[in-house]
Write a protein that binds this ligand. Structure first.
Ligand SMILES: O=P(O)(O)OC[C@H]1O[C@](O)(CO)[C@@H](O)[C@@H]1O
Length: 505
Protein backbone atom coordinates (compact mmCIF):
# COMPACT_ATOMS: atom_id res chain seq x y z
CA UNK A 1 0.00 0.00 0.00
CA UNK A 2 1.31 3.46 -0.86
CA UNK A 3 0.46 5.25 2.38
CA UNK A 4 1.78 8.58 1.04
CA UNK A 5 -0.29 8.69 -2.21
CA UNK A 6 -3.08 10.89 -0.83
CA UNK A 7 -0.53 13.21 0.74
CA UNK A 8 1.29 13.63 -2.59
CA UNK A 9 -2.01 14.62 -4.18
CA UNK A 10 -2.71 17.07 -1.34
CA UNK A 11 0.80 18.48 -1.64
CA UNK A 12 -0.04 20.10 -4.96
CA UNK A 13 -2.43 22.51 -3.21
CA UNK A 14 -0.94 25.83 -2.11
CA UNK A 15 -0.88 26.48 1.63
CA UNK A 16 -1.35 29.95 3.10
CA UNK A 17 0.52 29.82 6.40
CA UNK A 18 -0.80 33.08 7.92
CA UNK A 19 -4.39 31.91 7.49
CA UNK A 20 -3.55 28.65 9.27
CA UNK A 21 -2.89 30.67 12.41
CA UNK A 22 -6.36 32.19 12.07
CA UNK A 23 -8.22 28.97 11.34
CA UNK A 24 -6.33 26.70 13.72
CA UNK A 25 -6.44 28.17 17.24
CA UNK A 26 -4.51 25.22 18.68
CA UNK A 27 -1.82 25.39 15.98
CA UNK A 28 0.87 27.05 18.04
CA UNK A 29 0.33 24.63 20.92
CA UNK A 30 0.28 21.50 18.78
CA UNK A 31 3.39 22.47 16.89
CA UNK A 32 5.47 23.79 19.80
CA UNK A 33 7.34 21.36 22.03
CA UNK A 34 10.06 21.61 24.63
CA UNK A 35 12.24 18.55 25.12
CA UNK A 36 15.59 18.17 26.91
CA UNK A 37 16.40 21.88 26.92
CA UNK A 38 15.35 22.32 23.31
CA UNK A 39 12.27 24.37 22.41
CA UNK A 40 10.97 23.75 18.90
CA UNK A 41 8.38 25.83 17.07
CA UNK A 42 7.18 24.19 13.86
CA UNK A 43 4.05 26.34 13.55
CA UNK A 44 5.38 28.56 10.74
CA UNK A 45 5.82 25.56 8.43
CA UNK A 46 3.34 25.12 5.57
CA UNK A 47 1.76 22.20 7.37
CA UNK A 48 -1.99 22.40 7.98
CA UNK A 49 -3.15 20.44 11.02
CA UNK A 50 -5.49 18.15 9.01
CA UNK A 51 -2.45 17.24 6.89
CA UNK A 52 -0.48 16.59 10.06
CA UNK A 53 -3.22 14.18 11.11
CA UNK A 54 -2.95 12.40 7.75
CA UNK A 55 0.82 12.20 8.16
CA UNK A 56 0.40 10.73 11.64
CA UNK A 57 -1.91 8.09 10.16
CA UNK A 58 0.68 7.43 7.43
CA UNK A 59 3.36 7.02 10.10
CA UNK A 60 1.25 4.39 11.78
CA UNK A 61 0.57 2.71 8.43
CA UNK A 62 4.33 2.66 7.79
CA UNK A 63 4.73 0.99 11.20
CA UNK A 64 6.87 3.73 12.68
CA UNK A 65 6.16 2.43 16.22
CA UNK A 66 7.33 -1.04 15.15
CA UNK A 67 10.50 0.21 13.43
CA UNK A 68 11.27 2.42 16.40
CA UNK A 69 10.89 -0.56 18.73
CA UNK A 70 13.15 -2.65 16.50
CA UNK A 71 15.74 0.13 16.45
CA UNK A 72 15.79 0.34 20.24
CA UNK A 73 15.77 -3.45 20.60
CA UNK A 74 18.96 -3.74 18.55
CA UNK A 75 17.24 -5.73 15.80
CA UNK A 76 18.30 -5.54 12.16
CA UNK A 77 17.11 -2.23 10.73
CA UNK A 78 19.75 -2.06 8.00
CA UNK A 79 18.77 -4.96 5.77
CA UNK A 80 21.19 -4.29 2.90
CA UNK A 81 24.11 -4.73 5.31
CA UNK A 82 22.33 -7.15 7.65
CA UNK A 83 22.98 -4.93 10.68
CA UNK A 84 21.32 -3.35 13.66
CA UNK A 85 21.98 0.33 14.35
CA UNK A 86 23.32 0.49 17.88
CA UNK A 87 24.56 4.04 18.27
CA UNK A 88 22.01 4.46 21.05
CA UNK A 89 23.70 1.72 23.07
CA UNK A 90 26.64 4.15 23.32
CA UNK A 91 24.34 6.38 25.37
CA UNK A 92 22.92 3.56 27.47
CA UNK A 93 19.82 2.63 25.46
CA UNK A 94 18.88 -0.72 23.99
CA UNK A 95 19.86 -4.35 24.37
CA UNK A 96 21.74 -5.13 27.59
CA UNK A 97 24.70 -6.78 25.86
CA UNK A 98 25.08 -3.86 23.43
CA UNK A 99 24.92 -1.39 26.32
CA UNK A 100 27.49 -3.38 28.30
CA UNK A 101 29.91 -3.45 25.36
CA UNK A 102 29.47 0.28 24.86
CA UNK A 103 30.00 0.97 28.56
CA UNK A 104 33.27 -0.99 28.53
CA UNK A 105 34.38 1.03 25.51
CA UNK A 106 33.44 4.28 27.29
CA UNK A 107 35.60 3.28 30.25
CA UNK A 108 38.55 2.60 27.96
CA UNK A 109 38.04 5.94 26.18
CA UNK A 110 37.92 7.82 29.49
CA UNK A 111 41.12 6.12 30.68
CA UNK A 112 42.90 6.89 27.40
CA UNK A 113 41.78 10.52 27.57
CA UNK A 114 42.92 10.95 31.16
CA UNK A 115 46.30 9.38 30.40
CA UNK A 116 46.93 11.70 27.45
CA UNK A 117 45.63 14.76 29.28
CA UNK A 118 48.16 14.23 32.03
CA UNK A 119 51.02 13.33 29.67
CA UNK A 120 51.79 16.87 28.51
CA UNK A 121 50.46 16.32 25.00
CA UNK A 122 49.87 19.75 23.50
CA UNK A 123 48.30 18.87 20.14
CA UNK A 124 46.34 15.98 18.71
CA UNK A 125 45.97 15.48 14.99
CA UNK A 126 42.70 13.63 14.50
CA UNK A 127 42.74 11.94 11.09
CA UNK A 128 39.44 10.62 9.71
CA UNK A 129 36.82 11.51 7.12
CA UNK A 130 33.02 11.59 6.81
CA UNK A 131 31.47 10.39 10.04
CA UNK A 132 34.93 9.84 11.45
CA UNK A 133 35.60 13.59 11.23
CA UNK A 134 32.40 15.63 11.00
CA UNK A 135 31.04 14.68 14.42
CA UNK A 136 34.30 15.18 16.33
CA UNK A 137 34.92 18.47 14.50
CA UNK A 138 31.46 19.72 15.46
CA UNK A 139 31.93 18.74 19.09
CA UNK A 140 35.32 20.40 19.40
CA UNK A 141 34.21 23.55 17.63
CA UNK A 142 31.05 23.83 19.71
CA UNK A 143 32.37 22.90 23.13
CA UNK A 144 36.15 22.96 23.01
CA UNK A 145 36.99 26.64 23.39
CA UNK A 146 37.20 26.49 27.16
CA UNK A 147 38.65 22.98 27.32
CA UNK A 148 41.92 22.53 29.17
CA UNK A 149 43.20 19.53 27.20
CA UNK A 150 45.26 19.33 24.01
CA UNK A 151 44.37 21.31 20.90
CA UNK A 152 42.53 19.10 18.44
CA UNK A 153 43.23 19.44 14.72
CA UNK A 154 40.77 17.46 12.61
CA UNK A 155 42.19 16.47 9.23
CA UNK A 156 39.91 14.81 6.67
CA UNK A 157 40.74 15.75 3.10
CA UNK A 158 43.17 13.77 0.98
CA UNK A 159 44.39 17.16 -0.23
CA UNK A 160 47.75 17.37 1.53
CA UNK A 161 47.01 21.00 2.26
CA UNK A 162 44.73 19.90 5.12
CA UNK A 163 47.41 17.84 6.84
CA UNK A 164 50.15 20.34 6.05
CA UNK A 165 48.19 23.09 7.81
CA UNK A 166 47.67 20.94 10.88
CA UNK A 167 51.31 19.90 11.02
CA UNK A 168 52.43 23.51 10.68
CA UNK A 169 50.53 24.31 13.87
CA UNK A 170 52.02 21.43 15.88
CA UNK A 171 55.28 20.55 17.60
CA UNK A 172 55.96 16.95 16.51
CA UNK A 173 57.43 16.14 19.91
CA UNK A 174 54.26 17.17 21.75
CA UNK A 175 51.75 15.82 19.22
CA UNK A 176 49.83 12.55 19.16
CA UNK A 177 48.02 11.07 16.18
CA UNK A 178 44.49 9.72 16.50
CA UNK A 179 43.55 7.68 13.42
CA UNK A 180 39.80 7.21 13.11
CA UNK A 181 38.25 4.90 10.57
CA UNK A 182 35.40 2.49 11.09
CA UNK A 183 36.71 0.22 8.35
CA UNK A 184 40.39 1.14 8.74
CA UNK A 185 40.75 1.02 4.97
CA UNK A 186 39.52 4.46 3.85
CA UNK A 187 42.03 5.79 1.35
CA UNK A 188 42.09 9.39 2.54
CA UNK A 189 42.61 8.41 6.15
CA UNK A 190 45.28 5.81 5.53
CA UNK A 191 47.22 8.14 3.24
CA UNK A 192 47.04 11.04 5.69
CA UNK A 193 48.02 8.73 8.54
CA UNK A 194 51.12 7.56 6.68
CA UNK A 195 52.20 11.11 5.84
CA UNK A 196 51.71 12.18 9.44
CA UNK A 197 53.82 9.24 10.61
CA UNK A 198 56.52 10.21 8.11
CA UNK A 199 56.46 13.75 9.50
CA UNK A 200 56.91 12.50 13.06
CA UNK A 201 59.72 10.16 12.00
CA UNK A 202 61.45 12.93 10.05
CA UNK A 203 61.51 14.96 13.27
CA UNK A 204 63.14 12.17 15.21
CA UNK A 205 60.10 10.79 16.99
CA UNK A 206 60.94 7.18 17.77
CA UNK A 207 58.45 4.51 16.67
CA UNK A 208 55.64 6.94 15.83
CA UNK A 209 53.21 4.14 14.98
CA UNK A 210 53.38 2.88 18.55
CA UNK A 211 52.30 6.33 19.74
CA UNK A 212 49.20 6.32 17.52
CA UNK A 213 45.72 5.81 18.87
CA UNK A 214 43.48 4.02 16.40
CA UNK A 215 39.70 4.17 16.73
CA UNK A 216 37.90 1.62 14.59
CA UNK A 217 35.35 -1.15 14.27
CA UNK A 218 38.16 -3.32 12.83
CA UNK A 219 40.68 -3.54 15.68
CA UNK A 220 42.34 -6.47 13.90
CA UNK A 221 43.33 -4.20 11.01
CA UNK A 222 44.51 -1.41 13.34
CA UNK A 223 46.70 -3.83 15.28
CA UNK A 224 48.12 -5.31 12.09
CA UNK A 225 48.86 -1.72 11.00
CA UNK A 226 50.84 -1.27 14.23
CA UNK A 227 48.81 1.25 16.24
CA UNK A 228 50.06 1.32 19.82
CA UNK A 229 46.60 1.92 21.27
CA UNK A 230 43.40 0.60 19.73
CA UNK A 231 39.94 1.71 20.85
CA UNK A 232 37.17 -0.16 19.12
CA UNK A 233 33.45 0.22 18.57
CA UNK A 234 30.73 -2.04 17.22
CA UNK A 235 30.27 -2.58 13.48
CA UNK A 236 26.59 -1.85 14.06
CA UNK A 237 27.44 1.78 14.90
CA UNK A 238 27.20 3.59 11.57
CA UNK A 239 29.96 6.00 10.59
CA UNK A 240 27.68 9.04 10.68
CA UNK A 241 26.39 7.98 14.12
CA UNK A 242 29.80 7.17 15.55
CA UNK A 243 30.58 10.29 17.57
CA UNK A 244 28.88 8.68 20.57
CA UNK A 245 31.38 5.83 20.52
CA UNK A 246 35.15 5.92 20.98
CA UNK A 247 35.13 8.31 18.00
CA UNK A 248 34.14 10.95 20.57
CA UNK A 249 37.60 10.67 22.15
CA UNK A 250 38.71 14.17 21.01
CA UNK A 251 35.98 15.75 23.14
CA UNK A 252 37.14 13.74 26.15
CA UNK A 253 40.71 14.78 25.40
CA UNK A 254 39.94 18.44 25.08
CA UNK A 255 37.31 18.87 27.78
CA UNK A 256 37.59 15.75 29.93
CA UNK A 257 35.66 12.48 29.94
CA UNK A 258 32.80 13.98 31.97
CA UNK A 259 31.93 16.22 29.02
CA UNK A 260 31.63 13.25 26.67
CA UNK A 261 29.48 11.53 29.29
CA UNK A 262 27.26 14.62 29.52
CA UNK A 263 26.88 14.67 25.73
CA UNK A 264 25.69 11.08 25.84
CA UNK A 265 23.32 11.83 28.74
CA UNK A 266 21.73 14.66 26.77
CA UNK A 267 21.24 12.35 23.81
CA UNK A 268 19.77 9.71 26.10
CA UNK A 269 17.13 12.21 27.26
CA UNK A 270 16.11 12.74 23.63
CA UNK A 271 16.17 8.96 23.07
CA UNK A 272 13.74 8.46 25.93
CA UNK A 273 11.42 11.10 24.52
CA UNK A 274 11.54 9.61 21.02
CA UNK A 275 10.94 6.12 22.37
CA UNK A 276 8.11 6.96 24.79
CA UNK A 277 6.20 10.04 23.62
CA UNK A 278 3.04 9.51 21.54
CA UNK A 279 3.63 10.23 17.85
CA UNK A 280 1.50 13.39 17.93
CA UNK A 281 3.64 14.98 20.64
CA UNK A 282 6.96 13.45 19.68
CA UNK A 283 9.41 16.11 18.56
CA UNK A 284 11.61 14.09 16.16
CA UNK A 285 8.47 12.49 14.69
CA UNK A 286 6.70 15.81 14.12
CA UNK A 287 9.79 17.28 12.49
CA UNK A 288 10.15 14.20 10.29
CA UNK A 289 6.52 14.38 9.20
CA UNK A 290 7.02 18.02 8.29
CA UNK A 291 10.14 17.10 6.32
CA UNK A 292 8.36 14.36 4.39
CA UNK A 293 5.42 16.64 3.70
CA UNK A 294 7.68 19.38 2.30
CA UNK A 295 10.08 17.22 0.30
CA UNK A 296 7.99 14.26 -0.77
CA UNK A 297 4.49 15.72 -1.01
CA UNK A 298 5.09 19.40 -1.78
CA UNK A 299 8.16 18.74 -3.91
CA UNK A 300 10.39 21.21 -2.05
CA UNK A 301 13.89 20.10 -2.83
CA UNK A 302 15.92 21.96 -0.24
CA UNK A 303 15.89 22.53 3.50
CA UNK A 304 18.22 25.16 4.85
CA UNK A 305 19.53 25.20 8.42
CA UNK A 306 20.95 28.40 9.86
CA UNK A 307 22.70 28.30 13.20
CA UNK A 308 22.44 31.67 14.91
CA UNK A 309 25.33 30.76 17.15
CA UNK A 310 28.94 30.63 16.08
CA UNK A 311 29.49 27.56 18.23
CA UNK A 312 27.15 25.64 15.94
CA UNK A 313 28.69 26.82 12.69
CA UNK A 314 29.68 23.26 11.74
CA UNK A 315 26.20 21.87 12.37
CA UNK A 316 24.95 22.34 8.79
CA UNK A 317 27.83 20.32 7.33
CA UNK A 318 27.37 17.67 10.02
CA UNK A 319 23.67 17.49 9.14
CA UNK A 320 24.44 17.25 5.46
CA UNK A 321 26.07 13.88 6.00
CA UNK A 322 23.52 12.70 8.55
CA UNK A 323 20.52 13.55 6.41
CA UNK A 324 21.77 13.19 2.86
CA UNK A 325 23.86 10.05 3.32
CA UNK A 326 20.99 8.50 5.28
CA UNK A 327 17.95 9.47 3.24
CA UNK A 328 19.35 10.46 -0.15
CA UNK A 329 17.98 7.26 -1.69
CA UNK A 330 15.83 6.34 -4.65
CA UNK A 331 14.68 2.85 -3.75
CA UNK A 332 12.81 1.42 -0.79
CA UNK A 333 14.36 -0.94 1.74
CA UNK A 334 12.94 -3.74 -0.46
CA UNK A 335 14.65 -2.33 -3.53
CA UNK A 336 11.52 -0.93 -5.19
CA UNK A 337 11.64 2.54 -6.76
CA UNK A 338 10.24 5.16 -4.38
CA UNK A 339 6.95 6.64 -5.62
CA UNK A 340 8.27 10.18 -5.14
CA UNK A 341 11.10 12.30 -3.80
CA UNK A 342 12.98 11.17 -0.71
CA UNK A 343 15.04 13.71 1.21
CA UNK A 344 15.59 17.35 0.42
CA UNK A 345 19.06 18.76 -0.09
CA UNK A 346 20.28 19.94 3.31
CA UNK A 347 22.29 23.11 3.24
CA UNK A 348 22.74 26.16 5.39
CA UNK A 349 25.14 28.41 7.20
CA UNK A 350 25.56 30.72 10.14
CA UNK A 351 23.48 33.70 11.07
CA UNK A 352 23.86 36.61 10.77
CA UNK A 353 26.59 36.06 8.13
CA UNK A 354 24.24 34.21 5.81
CA UNK A 355 21.75 37.08 5.85
CA UNK A 356 24.29 39.13 3.91
CA UNK A 357 24.93 36.35 1.42
CA UNK A 358 22.11 33.93 0.65
CA UNK A 359 18.98 35.31 2.28
CA UNK A 360 18.14 37.34 -0.83
CA UNK A 361 17.14 34.08 -2.51
CA UNK A 362 15.24 32.91 0.53
CA UNK A 363 13.09 36.05 0.63
CA UNK A 364 12.57 36.74 -3.04
CA UNK A 365 13.98 33.84 -5.04
CA UNK A 366 12.00 31.10 -6.74
CA UNK A 367 13.37 28.02 -4.94
CA UNK A 368 11.11 27.46 -1.93
CA UNK A 369 11.93 25.15 0.93
CA UNK A 370 11.65 25.13 4.70
CA UNK A 371 14.23 27.14 6.58
CA UNK A 372 15.34 26.15 10.05
CA UNK A 373 16.68 28.64 12.58
CA UNK A 374 18.65 27.49 15.60
CA UNK A 375 19.38 29.90 18.42
CA UNK A 376 20.67 29.68 21.97
CA UNK A 377 19.22 31.87 24.73
CA UNK A 378 22.45 32.19 26.69
CA UNK A 379 25.54 33.43 24.85
CA UNK A 380 28.79 31.54 25.22
CA UNK A 381 30.92 34.68 25.45
CA UNK A 382 31.23 37.51 27.90
CA UNK A 383 31.04 40.38 25.42
CA UNK A 384 28.41 43.12 25.89
CA UNK A 385 24.79 41.90 25.79
CA UNK A 386 24.12 43.91 22.67
CA UNK A 387 25.82 41.18 20.59
CA UNK A 388 23.40 38.52 21.69
CA UNK A 389 20.32 40.72 21.59
CA UNK A 390 21.11 41.68 18.02
CA UNK A 391 21.84 38.08 17.10
CA UNK A 392 18.57 36.70 18.45
CA UNK A 393 16.56 39.67 17.19
CA UNK A 394 17.89 39.02 13.70
CA UNK A 395 17.00 35.35 13.87
CA UNK A 396 13.46 36.04 15.01
CA UNK A 397 13.03 38.86 12.53
CA UNK A 398 14.10 36.68 9.59
CA UNK A 399 11.46 34.07 10.35
CA UNK A 400 8.83 36.76 10.79
CA UNK A 401 9.83 38.52 7.56
CA UNK A 402 9.80 35.29 5.57
CA UNK A 403 6.23 34.72 6.71
CA UNK A 404 4.84 38.25 6.54
CA UNK A 405 6.52 39.51 3.42
CA UNK A 406 5.80 42.99 2.07
CA UNK A 407 2.85 43.70 -0.20
CA UNK A 408 3.13 45.49 -3.51
CA UNK A 409 1.14 48.43 -2.10
CA UNK A 410 3.48 48.78 0.84
CA UNK A 411 6.44 48.52 -1.52
CA UNK A 412 4.91 51.16 -3.81
CA UNK A 413 4.73 53.59 -0.93
CA UNK A 414 8.44 53.00 -0.37
CA UNK A 415 9.25 53.40 -4.06
CA UNK A 416 8.02 56.90 -4.82
CA UNK A 417 5.16 55.38 -6.82
CA UNK A 418 7.51 53.58 -9.25
CA UNK A 419 5.78 50.23 -9.95
CA UNK A 420 8.89 48.51 -11.36
CA UNK A 421 10.87 49.43 -8.28
CA UNK A 422 7.94 48.42 -6.11
CA UNK A 423 7.84 44.97 -7.70
CA UNK A 424 11.54 44.56 -6.92
CA UNK A 425 10.86 45.59 -3.33
CA UNK A 426 7.87 43.30 -2.88
CA UNK A 427 8.34 40.25 -0.68
CA UNK A 428 5.87 37.44 -1.39
CA UNK A 429 5.99 36.18 2.22
CA UNK A 430 4.30 32.90 3.19
CA UNK A 431 7.73 31.25 3.25
CA UNK A 432 7.96 28.38 5.72
CA UNK A 433 10.36 28.22 8.64
CA UNK A 434 10.91 26.39 11.89
CA UNK A 435 12.77 27.62 14.95
CA UNK A 436 14.75 25.72 17.54
CA UNK A 437 15.72 27.59 20.66
CA UNK A 438 18.12 26.03 23.16
CA UNK A 439 18.21 27.31 26.74
CA UNK A 440 22.00 27.06 26.68
CA UNK A 441 24.63 25.28 24.64
CA UNK A 442 26.55 22.71 26.62
CA UNK A 443 27.39 19.06 26.21
CA UNK A 444 23.94 17.92 27.31
CA UNK A 445 21.91 20.18 25.08
CA UNK A 446 24.23 19.54 22.12
CA UNK A 447 23.79 15.81 22.69
CA UNK A 448 20.03 16.22 22.74
CA UNK A 449 20.12 18.37 19.61
CA UNK A 450 22.17 15.86 17.61
CA UNK A 451 20.00 12.95 18.80
CA UNK A 452 16.93 14.93 17.76
CA UNK A 453 18.28 15.15 14.21
CA UNK A 454 19.22 11.45 14.20
CA UNK A 455 15.74 10.33 15.24
CA UNK A 456 14.10 12.76 12.87
CA UNK A 457 16.15 11.33 10.01
CA UNK A 458 15.23 7.79 11.03
CA UNK A 459 11.52 8.60 11.35
CA UNK A 460 11.46 10.24 7.92
CA UNK A 461 13.16 7.17 6.44
CA UNK A 462 10.52 4.88 7.93
CA UNK A 463 7.75 7.02 6.52
CA UNK A 464 9.41 6.91 3.11
CA UNK A 465 10.05 3.17 3.45
CA UNK A 466 13.81 3.41 2.86
CA UNK A 467 16.89 2.16 4.70
CA UNK A 468 18.68 5.15 6.29
CA UNK A 469 21.65 3.15 7.54
CA UNK A 470 23.44 2.15 4.34
CA UNK A 471 25.31 4.38 1.83
CA UNK A 472 25.92 2.45 -1.35
CA UNK A 473 25.88 5.67 -3.31
CA UNK A 474 29.41 6.53 -2.23
CA UNK A 475 30.95 3.37 -3.70
CA UNK A 476 31.01 3.88 -7.47
CA UNK A 477 33.05 7.06 -7.39
CA UNK A 478 35.56 5.46 -5.01
CA UNK A 479 35.95 2.48 -7.36
CA UNK A 480 36.49 4.70 -10.37
CA UNK A 481 39.03 6.85 -8.52
CA UNK A 482 40.95 3.71 -7.60
CA UNK A 483 40.90 2.64 -11.25
CA UNK A 484 42.25 6.04 -12.31
CA UNK A 485 44.98 5.92 -9.69
CA UNK A 486 45.95 2.46 -10.93
CA UNK A 487 46.01 3.77 -14.50
CA UNK A 488 43.22 1.44 -15.61
CA UNK A 489 41.12 2.41 -18.60
CA UNK A 490 37.50 1.75 -17.71
CA UNK A 491 36.32 2.93 -21.12
CA UNK A 492 35.65 6.42 -19.81
CA UNK A 493 33.44 8.91 -21.62
CA UNK A 494 35.28 11.33 -23.93
CA UNK A 495 35.11 14.20 -21.47
CA UNK A 496 36.66 12.18 -18.65
CA UNK A 497 39.32 10.77 -20.97
CA UNK A 498 40.37 14.26 -22.03
CA UNK A 499 40.31 15.60 -18.45
CA UNK A 500 42.46 12.68 -17.28
CA UNK A 501 45.02 13.61 -19.90
CA UNK A 502 44.84 17.32 -19.06
CA UNK A 503 45.25 16.64 -15.33
CA UNK A 504 48.31 14.56 -16.09
CA UNK A 505 47.06 11.49 -14.24
O1 LIG B 1 35.20 5.57 9.06
P1 LIG B 1 35.57 5.13 7.69
O2 LIG B 1 35.40 3.64 7.52
O3 LIG B 1 36.95 5.56 7.33
O4 LIG B 1 34.57 5.78 6.68
C1 LIG B 1 34.46 7.17 6.57
C2 LIG B 1 33.20 7.59 5.88
O5 LIG B 1 33.12 7.02 4.60
C3 LIG B 1 31.78 6.66 4.31
O6 LIG B 1 31.70 5.28 4.35
C4 LIG B 1 31.36 7.17 2.97
O7 LIG B 1 32.36 7.06 2.03
C5 LIG B 1 30.97 7.27 5.43
O8 LIG B 1 29.77 6.65 5.63
C6 LIG B 1 31.92 7.19 6.56
O9 LIG B 1 31.54 8.04 7.60
Amino acid sequence: MDHLAALRAAGAQPVDIPSLFVGEPDRLDRLSLTVAGLHADLSRLALPLPILDQLLAAATAADLPGWRARLFAGEIVNPSEGRAATHMAERGQGRADHVATAAASATAVAACAEALRSAGVRDVIHIGIGGSALGPALLIDALGRDGDGPNIHVVANIDGEALARAMAACDPHRTRLVIVSKTFTTAETMTNAQSALDWLAAHGVADPRAGCIAITARPDRARAWGAGTVLDFATSVGGRYSLWSAVGLPLALRCGPATLAALRAGAAAMDAHFRDAPLASNLPVLAALADVWAAHAQGQQTRAVFAYDERLRLLPSYLQQLEMESNGKRVSRDGDPLPGASAAITWGGTGTDAQHAVFQLLHQGTAIGPIEFIGVKQPGHGLPATHHRQLLANMLAQGAALLKGRSFDAALALSGGDPALARAKTFPGNRPSATLLLDRLDAETLGALIAFYEHRTFAAAVLLGLNPFDQWGVELGKEMANALIAGEDLGFDPSTARLVALAGL
